[in-house]
Design a protein around this ligand. Structure first.
Ligand SMILES: C[S@@+](CC[C@H](N)C(=O)[O-])C[C@H]1O[C@@H](n2cnc3c(N)ncnc32)[C@H](O)[C@@H]1O
Length: 256
């Protein structure tokens, strides 16, 4: 049996921990419905939002740095009947060139926070700018709680559940530490996989995310040629404040 990694259980774990994410799906459908259907999706992963947006008739270029996640997206869409169009691109959002321009660039669920310093953030925004049509829209969904307390968490069991597709019981242990000066939280996730047939493997998945605030984002976006036109604190378009869990920013490309 082949080894597995996070991409192989991502959809299953997302459904387990986050449910159907219908509020997010409805949010992204509203955004594309309002601002245009030619969409560049950064950090598309296995396609939690790519697929609903495709079914909604959008023309999507979905990219991600994880080839494994994109393979899952490819497999899931091979037999799917959808009204839109899909291009899947293996690329790094810190530096990309796609020879195309879009109405909207979206980065769902904290994707922009994988960029850990101003240099990476600036390069990404510069590349996005070049790929948007005049007055094109950039929409980021950011986590406003990245550095919430406690600062450090010891390895703790998060779940232990049976995965029917893989035919294994999967246990996730998670821990984190926070670099408060850099505003970065580092998660260390350890997965223990006990197959029904008796085999046992472990794998890890480590993620670091950078906290951002509205003032920093405003400056970064203005430097890159964008103007913020809306902010929200949640997927129901409610008002953003420092205490909301999400910071959703809609910005527009200025200039030519
Ligand atoms: C939080 S996940 C979001 C996945 C999916 N869009 C969702 O909302 O469930 C962030 C995604 O960004 C991708 N990613 C991280 N760094 C990246 C980079 N430098 N370039 C492109 N994609 C990146 C990860 O592989 C991951 O799929």
């Amino acid at each position: 049996m082949n080894e597995i990694g996070f991409a192989d259980i991502c959809d299953w774990e997302t459904a387990l921990v986050m449910g159907d994410r219908l509020d997010e799906i409805d949010f992204w459908k509203s955004i594309t419905g309002k601002y245009g259907n030619k969409v560049l999706e950064l950090g598309a992963g296995t396609g939690c939002f790519t697929i609903p947006l495709l079914l909604d008739g959008n023309l999507i270029t979905a990219f991600d740095i994880s080839a494994e996640s994109l393979n899952h997206l490819q497999t899931k869409t091979e037999t799917l009947e959808y009204g839109g169009e899909l291009k899947i691109v293996h690329a790094d959002m810190r530096d990309f060139y796609l020879a195309d321009q879009f109405n909207i660039c979206l980065a769902s669920y904290s994707t922009f926070q994988y960029l850990l310093n101003r240099n990476e953030q600036g390069h990404c925004l510069e590349a996005i700018y070049k790929h948007l049509l005049p007055e094109g829209i950039l929409c980021f969904d950011l986590d406003n709680d990245i550095t919430c307390l406690p600062e450090n968490m010891p390895l703790t069991k998060l779940y232990s559940e049976y995965n029917k597709e893989i035919q294994a019981n999967i246990t996730l242990f998670t821990s984190w530490n926070t670099d408060r000066k850099a505003g970065i939280r580092n998660w260390y996730d350890r997965y223990e996989v006990k197959y029904s047939a008796g085999r046992y493997i472990e794998f890890t998945n480590n993620i670091s995310l950078k906290a951002v605030n509205l003032e920093e984002m405003t400056n970064l976006l203005e430097e890159a040629g964008f103007q913020i036109i809306e902010t929200y604190g949640d997927y129901d378009f409610s008002e953003y404040s420092e205490s909301t869990h999400r910071l959703i920013i809609i910005a527009q490309k200025t200039g030519a």
